[in-house]
Write a protein that binds this ligand. Structure first.
Ligand code: ADP
Length: 572
């Protein structure tokens, strides 16, 4: 009967889903349960793909990396209380790496606050150290506005994590369809422009930077994952190639210009940073990864030009010449300014020669080590075989995901990156356990690329159950586990440390020797390989790279190869 007024049909869960879809969100990672299961189902019905994980921690790591790879906030959905707490791992990782991500969590009923409701927690307080901006929808009418604001804040300025709190009672409130539409339209209209706009660039600073580069004796261009996020690869390539200045990528900056480029200083890192007199650092912080920009690794007289979207970062590193702005824009402007009055450090310039020769020497020395077939495997032999298999794939090159101590250290030096945003690793925080989440994010962000994870058995174990997720979504992910039976490998204790009532226990660093990680995947219908020799590894790689199906290759490594704590031994 046309006269009967239709009951309100849109509940809070549906309105969140509609708002996410209208904000252009195309993927969501998470674990469903009370009170957000129907949020996920509704979102899927509106074309937002929901990638269901086993643990919110992994899903959160995936959301953070998805934000980095796509340049749009990655969204994590969690249930209240413990779900939210697990998800905070992902949010903190986004904050540390400056990646855009939104954590959306259900929370307990507002009317029962403080009385011990099911999964009750003050989630706004819990996320505080890791959230740039948090919003709580205290009524269904606030939902669209809150959704748009957490998304806009995540990507604004320096990217990072934001949080949206959705109480159960709000998710159960209803409005009718026209009211829902009106709320969304209004919220879209009131989006803050200043959050979406890029910072204005100070042209006088561009000129100063060009003067510094022009007059340098030993210039260097360093770039990091902020430049990768900004998609500054074309501008950086033009700048490097027109000026002849050597470049050094940070680990995740690798690939913006190919590692094989003749001006790559990667293999001459110590010389390049130790001897340069002007270093232009683009989208990379002068933190522990870059030795704080201080002696003894850097010369005390080096002049830094810092390019960063974050004004705070520039303030922090004063008296460097800082240029606040988007890396792509700033590098483009610098290149343009130089083009009017070009200069180039030719191939025979002593600095360029010194860097090139040092890089050549180091590569040659490394190749001698790499060319040996050491069995039982050390780290180098299987890494060389993996490198060669990855190079054979060609363009679009695989995304390499890497974690672990020795496995990541050795991999960073040996694996070759030739395309931007094709390396994901433990990052600014040295976060272990990110591997499978990153693999899933990479497969979702770049469906045309193969994903190859090269990780230690310890890193793999943090979230190994997500191999089921790989199989469920049939993702083209090959996980290579460097299995040396523990964290850093075998029992490395001095005999005099092994005392006390639990001295018969395995060492805190060790796992079950010879663990059959490859069989784990087979439990779900994926493919597993065990590889202990070069031939076995080569054939497993050839088969799995062409099959592009979920695979685990369990590579047996000598438990005493490598160093305790990898490259960071001095910190342990
Ligand atoms: P890496 O680990 O590669 O050294 P960091 O994470 O330390 O890189 O630094 C990345 C930097 O890039 C951060 O300071 C961040 O503010 C900055 N950044 C993020 N997005 C942009 C952008 N679009 N343009 C310039 N800088 C950016």
């Amino acid at each position: 009967d046309a006269d009967v007024k239709k009951p309100p049909t849109i509940d809070g869960n549906a309105l969140v889903a509609m708002s996410l879809s209208r904000a252009g969100i195309d993927k969501m990672f998470g674990v469903v349960g009370i009170p957000v299961t129907s949020l996920a189902t509704r979102a899927v019905a509106l074309g937002v793909r929901f990638i269901a994980f086993h643990n919110e921690q992994s899903a959160g790591y995936a959301a953070s990396a998805y934000g980095y790879l796509t340049g749009r906030p990655g969204v994590l959905l969690t249930v209240s209380g413990p779900g939210c707490v697990h998800g905070i791992a992902g949010l903190s990782n986004a904050a540390a790496n400056a990646w855009p991500m939104v954590l959306i969590s259900g929370s307990s009923d507002q009317s029962l606050a403080g009385r011990g409701d099911f999964q009750e927690l003050d989630q706004i307080a819990a996320v505080k150290p890791f959230s740039k901006f948090s919003a709580k929808a205290t009524d269904i009418t606030e939902i669209p506005k809150s959704v748009f604001s957490v998304i806009d804040w995540a990507a604004a300025g320096r990217p990072g994590g934001t949080y949206l709190d959705l109480p159960t009672d709000v998710l159960h409130q209803t409005v009718d369809e026209s009211e829902a539409e009106r709320l969304i339209t209004e919220a879209l209209k009131s989006r803050r422009k200043d959050l979406i706009e890029k910072p204005r660039i100070d042209i006088s600073k561009i000129q100063k930077a060009v003067e510094l580069l022009r007059n340098a004796q030993r210039p260097l261009i360093v770039f990091g994952k902020g430049a990768a996020y900004a998609k500054a690869e074309n501008e950086l390539t033009k700048l490097v190639e027109s000026t002849g200045i050597p470049f050094l990528p940070t680990p995740m900056g690798k690939g913006l210009l190919p590692d094989t480029h003749e001006l790559a200083a990667t293999a001459a890192r110590s010389l390049a940073i130790g001897k340069c007199d002007v270093a232009m650092v683009v989208g990379a912080r002068l933190n522990w990864l870059l030795h704080f920009g201080e002696p003894p690794k850097w010369s005390k007289d080096v002049k830094f030009i810092l390019v960063d979207v974050s004004e705070e970062e520039i303030e922090l590193r004063k008296p460097c010449l800082g240029i606040v702005g988007d890396a792509k824009d700033v590098v483009g402007m610098i290149h343009k300014e130089i083009k009017d009055d070009p200069f180039c450090f030719g191939k025979t310039h002593p600095w360029i020669e010194a860097v090139r020769n040092k890089a050549k020497d180091n590569v040659a020395k490394m190749e001698v080590q790499l060319s040996k077939d050491v069995v039982p495997f050390n780290f180098l032999t299987p890494m060389r075989i993996i490198r060669d298999a990855i190079l054979k794939v060609g363009s679009p090159t695989p995304v390499v995901v890497s974690e672990g101590a020795n496995t990541m250290d050795v991999g960073r030096g040996v694996l070759v990156q030739t395309e931007p945003r094709t390396r994901l690793d433990a990052g600014t925080w040295g976060t272990m356990g990110v591997g499978l989440g990153y693999c899933i994010a990479a497969a979702m962000a770049s469906p045309d690329r193969l994903v190859v994870a090269v990780e230690g058995d310890s890193g793999f174990g943090f979230s190994a159950m997500e191999v089921e997720t790989l199989v469920r979504y049939q993702l083209p992910v090959v996980v290579i586990v460097f299995n040396n039976g523990g964290v850093y490998g075998g029992d490395r204790r001095n005999p005099d440390e092994i005392t006390g009532p639990y001295k018969e226990d395995p060492a805190p660093t060790s796992f079950v020797p010879g663990a059959a990680y490859h069989i784990l995947l087979e439990a779900f219908g994926g493919k597993g390989y065990l590889a202990g020799t070069p031939d076995e590894l080569r054939s497993a790689l050839a088969e799995s790279f062409s099959a592009r199906k979920p695979t685990v290759i369990n590579v047996t490594i000598d438990p005493y190869a490598g160093a305790e704590s990898g490259r960071l031994q001095h910190k342990n």
